[in-house]
Design a protein around this ligand. Sequence first.
Ligand code: HEC
Length: 481
Amino acid sequence: MAQAWSWSTAWRTGVCVLWAGSVAWAQSPPPAPPPGLDPVVFHRTIEPIFLARRDGLQTCGTCHMGKVGTRFRLVPLPDGATAWSEADSAKNLAALTPLLTPGDPLASRLLTHPLDRGAGGDPFHGGGKHWTSQTDPEWQALASWVRGAAATAARAPSADGLAVRVIQTNAAGEGAHLIDPATNTVVGVLRGVDIPHGVVASPDGARLYITNERHTTLDVIDAATLRVTSSIKLSGRPNNVTITKDGRKLYVGIAQAPGALDVIDTVALTNVKSIPVKGAIHNVYVTPDGRYAVAGSIPQRAISVVDTSTDAVVKTIDESAGIRPMAFTTNRDGSTKDIITQLSDFHGFAVVDFATGKETARVEHPAIPGEHPHTDGLQGAPAHGLWVSPDGTRLWSTSKVYGYAYVHSLPDLKEVGRVYVGQHPEWVTATPDGAFVYIAAAGDNQVFVVEAATLKVVARIPVGQVPKRNATARLRVSAKQ
Ligand code: HEC
């Protein structure tokens, strides 16, 4: 065995491949990773899949650590080891290269061989079918790694220990699922918050704040342990919550009549006051410049604007219908230009000039040919999810009636595309760069991930029951996350 060991040699030599392979591994330096496939994601997220048990099946490693004469050959793990060393991981990855097509999961034999034929997989795999559908979280993790490796580095944990997470609350269950957008897999599950409504993170990434409808509290969660560390009593049943830029104050929308904004001091962790506003509050947001808290009322059809430096109501804007989700566009100097709002019983959105409080446009989403409209369970909100891209050129609005997100250009409000995003789509969030958009499909118990540039769904991530509100944050995560 003087010449470098190769997979084709091993394939041809049959029975002695394990021995031959081990010798060669011991002698050669770790190979360079193939271009386009992130070795860190491979080591952290993909390799554990090879060692994971699935019902009625052996692990990939049981057969592919040297016992089967195929090109999928993993370095044998030393006794008692539960993960490969980084050097062996590099060898595993190099060996897999002929079975992967970077950018194209369905042209990658590693992904199609153990996938059911009916779900797009190969007709036969000697080790059985491990994934019944492309929505299987493991398959999704493999697919996004094969597809999205180029963008990974920017979205992985940075030197300051903060990592981008998409937080998806589960409105009919408890708590939230935390998604790592680098791999599009669930990396943490938060329990113990009953009927969660809104979620925000502290700017330092140390905490999450979630409104708890069942217990009428604002629950404080340690981001690293995902444990509830305190619960602050609110003046009434809450809906959504927002946070000031400096992280010192939270405003909680009280959805119980007469309605209010409760102000929570995040240092003392106390409910310091209730600001009377016009009507019971559904959603509340701090404007992009941080100067105002903007609260919408469904029963009173009004928007109350509160100055965040004085906590005084400075303006009330009346609308013709209940105020549902809102989003904001900005002027060149960062100040707020328009409030974009979805309205009760309106399948679209309205644009309200922030300075004058006057509605300047209303856009109704057209029917989608061939799609059956759903009108059951809309709860008065046929459209209930809005998002403005970070560059301010796109507005996304979701439709529960058709299951689509409609994408409009800003400021001219022309529809530029639409994409199917599941049953009963709700809130919208995105990676900080706006490249990938995450939409809660409340009727599918999944989060749809759409590539903004192509409007292609790149992943569907199973989460808890009836996912609605979501958020993106940079969190201080624990090592295991
Ligand atoms: C029970 C043993 C067994 C298990 C478990 C198993 N395989 Fe296999 N695998 C085989 C056999 C046997 C072959 C060769 C026959 C074939 O191509 O199906 C094979 C072939 C393959 C191939 C094709 C390799 C080539 O040279 O083209 C891939 C890819 C593969 N397996 C991936 C996996 C993955 C991924 C898992 C775990 C999710 C897995 N296998 C689990 C036995 C197994």
